[in-house]
Design a protein around this ligand. Structure first.
Ligand SMILES: C[S@@+](CC[C@H](N)C(=O)[O-])C[C@H]1O[C@@H](n2cnc3c(N)ncnc32)[C@H](O)[C@@H]1O
Length: 448
């Protein structure tokens, strides 16, 4: 197989990134935007030792599960790489990801629930974080083509709240009118690198964050004033990112106008959210995810509960009124300040959050003799560490409720808990990210 060769391929599977998988001349071939059951003539783009990448040149046999997508950019970028697959099949794909991982780990006896569908299939994101670049001499916002930094201009971001799209376009027009230069990655010059817009569906409040190379630039005051007049905007923030890096946000935020937070609601609890605090991006599905986790925890009034990797305290504060005490930890300091303020804001006095790495705080609590009843963990994609798991077990919880955005690390960690005397018999996938291959899942471990 050689680069640029055209080969006929039968697609047999979808990769965890949502690419069509075929086998040809002993190699696994990943075909962009192809679906299982399809036969395609594909151009080979890259050949490695054991695998190759290809793109469709001609559709020979189309899958009945394929749907027509208005803008091919949605599928071509990482924005919505499963948008061409019928929604019920997306849900099946996500469930299958979990089934495959369990099979690999020889845990076929674990039941996997049907993926809980999202109430909104498009327009569900409460946050739009988009790159700003110069394309054909004009400042554009859009999304990078997959595996590249090649910006495809967009005016409709499909998975984000349409009110966020409207705000992004208004900011783009203000930047253009004031001749603010877009960031030029190659020469590390220009000004605006990303726009980050958050909106609460519950309160309508909008936060606009300009991610910039410099802390100040000549047009900043005028641009800020104009952005502050966009309908719904309640805060304008500058995030200073002077580094040559792919990391989107810099360390420092500066309030340019309005409030330095927006307020959102989950169920009947209010949350203040700072610019760098994590907040689940699918606002309508989040309470359903938490309810699933909380129901599984079967909480009792005298329970001591841990909310690990707590963000702004969304899980702990949702359960605080039903238990004796909640303790949480989180590595981002402003998120912890938000969590403690959010407790006060909601009249909760039995929940306390501290700043630190979960894998360091949990061993300290265990060494101090803390005894717990239920531990909620909601770690980032890399999952838990052995230090965390060992310390969590030492505090003797009856149940550990694991919420994960990466079932691969979740299954790895569940195995470790099993070795440490806990058992689980079920994983429930929850669709927090329709149109993308990302899978969220919940499982509960019980002391044997
Ligand atoms: C998936 S989010 C969950 C947040 C929260 N539970 C929620 O549902 O909104 C993971 C959180 O873990 C935090 N985090 C990342 N690494 C951490 C670590 N080593 N120790 C503690 N928190 C960490 C992140 O800042 C983020 O807020």
């Amino acid at each position: 197989m050689q680069k640029n060769e055209i080969v006929e391929l039968e697609i047999t599977d979808l990769s965890y990134e949502g690419m069509g998988v075929a086998h040809h001349e002993g190699l696994t071939v990943f075909v962009n935007n192809a679906l299982p059951g399809e036969i395609v003539k594909a151009r080979i783009l890259k050949v490695k030792k054991n695998f190759a990448f290809a793109k469709i040149e001609e559709m020979v046999k189309e899958s009945p599960d394929r749907i027509k997508v208005d803008l091919r950019q949605w599928v071509q970028t990482g924005l919505a790489s499963l948008a061409h697959l019928k929604y019920d099949k997306q849900l099946e794909f996500k469930r299958q990801q979990v089934v495959n991982l369990l099979q690999k780990a020889h845990m076929d006896d674990v039941e996997v629930g049907q993926t809980l569908a999202s109430p909104e299939e498009v327009g569900y994101r409460n946050k739009g974080q988009v790159p700003v670049r110069n394309v054909n001499g004009q400042l554009e916002i859009g999304f990078f083509r997959r595996h590249s930094h090649d910006l495809m201009p967009l005016t409709n971001f499909f998975t984000t709240d349409p009110e966020i799209d409207r705000t992004l376009l208004a900011v783009r027009d203000i930047l253009r009118a004031n001749k603010v230069p877009a960031y030029d990655e190659k020469n590390h010059k220009g000004e605006v690198r990303y726009l980050d817009v958050r909106r609460s569906k519950a309160t309508g409040e909008i936060m606009v964050i300009l991610v910039t190379l410099d802390k100040d630039f000549p047009q900043l005051a005028k641009v800020t004033e104009e952005i502050s007049k966009i309908d719904g905007v309640t805060s304008v923030i500058l995030n200073h990112n002077p580094q040559k890096t792919n990391v989107i946000l810099g360390k420092k935020d500066y309030l340019l106008w309005g409030k330095d937070y927006i307020t959102d609601k989950i169920g009947d609890i209010k949350f203040k959210i700072s610019p760098q605090s994590f907040f689940q991006i699918n606002s309508l599905q989040t309470p359903r995810l938490y309810q699933l986790a909380i129901d599984k925890a079967e909480l009792k009034p005298d329970d001591v509960v841990i909310d690990a990797y707590s963000g702004i305290g969304t899980i702990g504060l949702s359960v605080a009124k039903h238990v004796k005490e909640v303790r949480g930890m989180e590595v981002v300091k402003p998120a912890v300040e938000d969590a403690n303020n959010n407790a006060t804001l909601n009249g909760i006095d039995n929940a306390h959050y501290v700043v630190g790495k979960a894998e360091e705080i949990m061993p300290k609590w265990a060494a101090d003799g803390l005894k717990t009843d239920v531990i909620f963990v909601d770690p980032p994609r890399k999952g838990l560490t052995p230090e965390f798991i060992e310390a969590a077990v030492k505090t003797g919880p009856e149940k550990i409720v694991y919420i994960s955005c990466n079932p691969a690390t979740m299954v790895r960690d569940l195995e470790q808990f099993k070795e440490a005397g806990y058992d689980f018999d079920r994983i429930d996938p929850v669709d927090m990210f329709p149109q993308t291959p990302h899978v969220e899942a919940v499982s509960v471990l019980k002391k044997k």
